[in-house]
Design a protein around this ligand. Structure first.
Ligand SMILES: CC(C)(COP(=O)(O)OP(=O)(O)OC[C@H]1O[C@@H](n2cnc3c(N)ncnc32)[C@H](O)[C@@H]1OP(=O)(O)O)[C@@H](O)C(=O)NCCC(=O)NCCS
Length: 175
C-alpha cells in the first residue's frame, strides 16, 4: 500500500529490533494507559513474533518514500471477527511527527482493514492530553464515542482517556 509520501509494509520477523526500539520509547507511558511492554528484549521478541503471526493483529512499518527510511509503525490489534472491529495503535519517530506521515499511513491501513479485511469498525483509545492523536483521528473523521474518566496514569497524575471510532460506512465522509 502506498501513496505519494509513504509506503506501508508488513512487519517481518527481522524487524524485531526496530519495533523494540519504537515500543520501548521512554514516552510510552503517555501513549497507552495499559501496562507497557515488558522491558526485556527477549520478552518483547516473543511477544512480537506471536503478534505478527496472529490473526488477531496486523502490524505494519511505515516507510517514507523519499530516502526509503522507516519512520514509524501502525498496529491493528484486538481484531474481533464477530463484530468486525479492530483497535488502532500508532507510533512515529519524533523527528518525523507533524509532517503528515501519520495521517497518510493511518488512512492507507484503514482502507486495507475496511476493504481487504472486511472490518466494519476501527477504534482507538488515547489520553485526552494527546493533541496530535486527537487531531489525527478527528481529521480522518473518527467520532469521539466516550470518555474513560481518570483512566490514564502518567507522571504521577490521572488523566481522562478518549475512545474514538469510525465505521466503514463513515470512512471518507469528511475528506
Ligand atoms: C500521533 C501520531 C501518530 C500522529 O502522526 P503525525 O505524523 O505526527 O501526524 P500528522 O502530521 O499526520 O498530522 C495529523 C493531523 O494532526 C494534526 N497535528 C499533528 N501534530 C499536532 C500537534 N502537535 N498538535 C495539534 N495537532 C497536530 C495535523 O495538523 C493533522 O491535522 P490536519 O490534517 O487536519 O491538518 C504521532 O504524532 C506520534 O507518533 N506520536 C507519538 C505516539 C502516539 O502518541 N501514539 C498514539 C497513541 S494513542
Amino acid at each position: 500500500m502506498r501513496d505519494s509520501m509513504v509506503t506501508i509494509l508488513p512487519a517481518e520477523p527481522e524487524d524485531v529490533e526496530m519495533f523494540y526500539r519504537w515500543s520501548s520509547s521512554d514516552e510510552r507511558h503517555l501513549f497507552t494507559c495499559r501496562e507497557t511492554y515488558p522491558p526485556s528484549k527477549d520478552a518483547f521478541g516473543r511477544f512480537y513474533i506471536s503478534e505478527i503471526n496472529s490473526n488477531r493483529s496486523r502490524w505494519f512499518k511505515v516507510q517514507r518514500n523519499r530516502g526509503k527510511r522507516m519512520v514509524g509503525k501502525i498496529t491493528m490489534f484486538n481484531i474481533n471477527p464477530r463484530n468486525r472491529s479492530c483497535e488502532l495503535g500508532m507510533f512515529f519517530e519524533k523527528k518525523y511527527r507533524g509532517k503528515g506521515y501519520g495521517k497518510r499511513a493511518v488512512a492507507l491501513v484503514a482502507e486495507y482493514m475496511f476493504y481487504q479485511m472486511n472490518m466494519n469498525k476501527i477504534y482507538a483509545q488515547t489520553g485526552a492530553f494527546n493533541e496530535p492523536t486527537v487531531a489525527l483521528l478527528e481529521s480522518l473523521g473518527f467520532k469521539r464515542e466516550g470518555v474513560l474518566r481518570k483512566h490514564h496514569f502518567a507522571d504521577g497524575k490521572y488523566y481522562d482517556d478518549y475512545v474514538y471510532g469510525i465505521f466503514e460506512s463513515e470512512w471518507g465522509e469528511n475528506r
